[in-house]
Design a protein around this ligand. Sequence first.
Ligand SMILES: Cc1cc2nc3c(=O)[nH]c(=O)nc-3n(C[C@H](O)[C@H](O)[C@H](O)COP(=O)(O)OP(=O)(O)OC[C@H]3O[C@@H](n4cnc5c(N)ncnc54)[C@H](O)[C@@H]3O)c2cc1C
Length: 527
Amino acid sequence: MEKTDYDYIIIGSGIAGLNTALLAQDHGSVLILTKGRIEDCNTLYAQGGIAAALGPGDSAVLHMQDTMTAGAGLCDPEAVSVLTREGPQRVANLIKWGVPFDTIHGQIALGREGAHSMPRILHAGGDATGQHIETTLAQRVAQSEITVLEFSLATQILVEEGRAYGVDVLDTASGQRLEFRGRSIILATGGAGQLYRYTTNPQVATGDGVALAFNAGAAVMDLEFYQFHPTAFSMEGAPSFLLSEAMRGEGAVLRDVQGRAFMADYHPLADLAPRDVVSRAIANEMEKAGGGPVWLDISHLPADTVQARFPTIYSFCMEHGLDITKEPAPVAPAAHYMMGGIKADVWGRTSLDGLYACGEAACSAVHGANRLASNSLLDTLVFAQRVVSSTLGDAPNAGVDPAMPGAEPQGPAYAAATLTQRQLVCASAPTLSRESLQDLMWRNVGITRNGQRLLLSARILQLWQRTMPKPEDLPSYELANMVLLARLMVEAALLRQESRGSHFREDFPQPSEQWEKHLVFTQDIAR
Ligand SMILES: Cc1cc2nc3c(=O)[nH]c(=O)nc-3n(C[C@H](O)[C@H](O)[C@H](O)COP(=O)(O)OP(=O)(O)OC[C@H]3O[C@@H](n4cnc5c(N)ncnc54)[C@H](O)[C@@H]3O)c2cc1C
């Protein structure tokens, strides 16, 4: 008989889930549920690295300033202060656990990336940082008492009297349904790039955590902010493989179809401008050129430097017939990172007792409207540690979320929002499938948005929600979660009548002071 009661149930086996599990094991029994194999996650693909203020002349204050600037007025100052102050200690823990960060002359090598004022990016295996982190942590978990159940899809958070107490699970290999009970339930389910036709994210990134939390009655926030990475490989038949921002950090230049470097036309930091600026610039150049990609050129650097610093990217491009040491690579933007997510305070507490969230699935507003490169892996480490502390009662005001709508906010305000019931469109709605959803989101809720297309999308999504059959297997659960998350994203994007960070509306192209606030959706659930 399988054990069904644990102190900690952690959903997800990326850096957030594994790190939380390794920290929690000293305080009780731990179960990790993951819907694929342990290494099926965004973490495995992270390339550029992990940001921490470790270098000479750098400081938490400078790192905080850069993070707040990129976040375009929507970062929570307390969360950013926690991230940048506690980050270096958490990175030291990864080093202690054996993650082999690259060194130069015996010191940790620190790279530079867009919108960072200092070199502060630790990397491993050149551009294989995520792979080294994931495999190191997974090995430690394998040597521990932690129970890991692969192919175990969390389908529902169980709630009683306002407290999360368990998880319903579908064993996707056998089709069996299971119920597990836990003292603390931790969502570490990652991002949702699969909502879009072009994405750097793997198949598992379907935003399940946001849907699970919302369906359980927890608050979700900032979902209109989705980051599009400017430079994903763009060749017919090839995946949207990421060509890391670290390439531009090392001197790579974006060129138009005529070979002209164009980024200085758009921003004083040129190729190192924030991601939203670069993505929009590329989209604009692509439109001018009739839709084809732009070109990322690193061929002016010595070939051995490129091969040593970017071995994964170099091999990937070679497999597709392109030698980046000699010629530029075709690139276009792709969906990359979810800034919004399950509303969590700086201790990883959600608005539902007993339910915690960390990693890309969570939103503590640490990234605001636009994430600074390489701050995501750091976020997972810092807030995973804090989740474990708060389950032990170490967090102040335990059980109270200090930043819910109505509470006195420290940074930008929190505004409660609800899902508007819309007039249904029937005649023009495409049939629901993963692909038709991805197309809808790419066309209407992508890098550039407008009210008309958002409204049409909201209506189609509402129709799909109403007519979708009850989910019963992995693909149908994922699709139901994606449709719900898409709906929340579209409604948030419709409400936010301004442009800020990654959210750009053609009909409201400027930021507005009135919108310096977070949009929080909560489902009213009668219990
Ligand atoms: C190509 C690429 C490059 C990147 N490069 C960088 C970088 O250089 N630096 C940086 O800071 N960030 C980078 N990022 C972002 C960063 O990798 C992610 O934000 C981070 O790894 C997220 O970690 P996580 O543990 O929260 O989620 P993930 O690593 O995505 O893990 C989520 C886990 O949850 C599981 N899961 C989801 N739903 C369910 C469910 N219903 N039931 C059971 N299990 C479930 C998944 O299977 C998976 O195991 C990159 C991302 C990509 C895709």
